[in-house]
Write a protein that binds this ligand. Structure first.
Ligand code: S3P
Length: 432
């Protein structure tokens, strides 16, 4: 596909972005395990979230979707049915890891896998703690990756609560263990090195789980009596990030993005944009379904490089592809460190970002745990190798706004993983 956004003269408009992906997954999972019918408004209708729905349907959960609402008929904590075939999670790491935690607590055995990317992503990070809880969970090919074979508690016995010090700040690992903890015979605590996104904690609490947090430690008590909820999902800040940067790097832009989820464990992109000199105004903040929601106004800005690392990384981990594009358009050097997790995302994002930025003429060095970008060079067009990674495709579509010629994407359709309408929204705000 050709992105000819390089001829854009102006960016202007007021937009909303689709619902938050992390929150949408969790609403389906918790709704499935609750008593009663959970209503989800603002649900993200994308490939990843449909993977979660189809897995839960395979285990007997009725999910109905209308244009503006998803209804989940909960079957209760112990009401899932034995799936007749392997559970397929597509490209979704969140579905694979969170659902594995739930599956470990079921009386029946199951198997779970996803696409080629999923079958390369590390699952030892959940296999180890879930095994410590007494679960029978193994990587079929013995390489620590999916397919995962999970034995039922009928054979392996009940799960036990553990106190687990996670070596990585990962909400997927944390949530997988917390979900398994609902089926354990004693409390489960997960402690992270730095705080990752806390949507599971917030939503599980609203469903009635007994869950407490203390700094980077979260404890859940077994056998919660989960009750159906009415959930309103905010716009995904990870999707809004592409438009925030689009407006910042274009010389004539003003954009309002309404209704964006600005949970502090997710909003590092806003802090970074401001630190780089970006004009970003966050206003009208309110709480909806336990999450902070705000409106964001962004204008063209002259940006400068900064250092990004430490505790900030988990709060912007999915935004690093678009932050790297912003850094290439900033004056001076940006160093991104402590982000080796990028190596094991939907693609090796350190490689995908650096290779494609270099292809467009940027001055960038890949490091083991991040990258150094010396900004300010003008960008040229070319063919982006997306590695079928949705966030790479969207980040470089934004980069095309300031390139001197057309940018081609080798797999434009992969944006449907998280943002099926991305190109339409982009087209709606550009004036050529
Ligand atoms: C997610 C957590 C993050 C993030 C992913 C979604 C979630 O992964 O990168 O896109 O919904 O819990 P990790 O928790 O593995 O860092």
């Amino acid at each position: 596909m050709i992105c000819s956004f390089h001829t854009t003269k102006k960016i202007k408009g007021e937009i909303t972005v689709p619902g938050d992906k992390s929150i949408s997954h969790r609403a389906i999972l918790l709704g499935s395990l609750a008593s009663g019918t959970t209503s989800i408004k603002g649900f993200l209708s994308s490939d990843d979230c449909h993977s979660t729905i189809s897995c839960m349907r395979q285990m007997g959960v009725e999910v109905t979707m209308t244009e503006d609402e998803v209804l989940v008929s909960g079957v209760g904590l112990h009401g899932l049915r034995n799936p007749s075939s392997i559970l397929y999670t597509g490209n979704s790491g969140t579905t694979t890891r969170l659902l594995s935690g739930i599956l470990c607590g079921q009386s029946f055995s199951s198997a779970i896998t996803g696409d080629k990317s999923i079958e390369k992503r590390p699952m030892k990070r959940i296999i180890e703690p879930l095994s410590q809880m007494g679960a029978s969970i193994m990587s079929k090919s013995g390489n620590g990756c999916a397919p995962l074979m999970i034995g039922g508690t009928d054979e392996s016995g009940p799960l036990h609560g553990i106190s687990y010090n996670s070596p990585v700040a990962s909400a997927q690992v944390k949530s997988s263990i917390l979900f398994a903890g609902m089926y354990a015979d004693s409390p489960t605590t997960v402690t992270e090195p730095t705080l990752s996104r806390d949507h599971t904690e917030r939503m599980a609490l609203s469903f009635g789980a007994d869950i407490t947090t203390d700094g980077c430690a979260v404890t859940i008590l077994p056998e919660p009596d989960l009750q159906a909820q009415e959930i309103v999902v905010p716009g995904d800040i990870s999707s809004a990030a592409f438009f925030i940067v689009a407006a910042l790097i274009h010389p004539d832009a003003e954009l309002v993005i309404k209704n964006v989820g600005c949970n502090p464990t997710r909003s590092g992109i806003i802090d970074v944009a401001k630190l780089m000199g970006g004009s970003v105004i966050v206003e009208n903040s309110r709480m909806i379904s336990q999450e902070t929601v705000s409106d964001i106004t962004v204008k063209s800005s002259s940006l400068h490089g900064i250092e990004i690392g430490g505790d900030m990384i988990p709060t912007l981990i999915d935004e690093i592809p678009i932050i790297a594009v912003m850094a290439a358009c900033a004056e001076g050097e940006t160093v991104i460190k402590d982000a080796s997790e990028l190596r094991v995302k939907e693609s090796d994002r350190i490689a995908s970002i650096c290779d494609n930025l270099r292809l467009m003429g940027a001055d960038v060095t890949a490091n083991a745990d991040g990258m150094t970008i010396r900004g300010g060079r003008s960008l040229s067009g070319g063919t982006i190798r997306t590695a079928s990674d949705h966030r790479i495709a969207m980040a470089f579509t934004v980069a095309s706004l300031v390139s001197d010629s057309s940018v081609f994407l080798d797999d434009p359709d992969c944006v449907s993983i998280s943002y099926p309408g991305f190109y339409d929204t982009m087209a709606a705000i550009v004036e050529k």
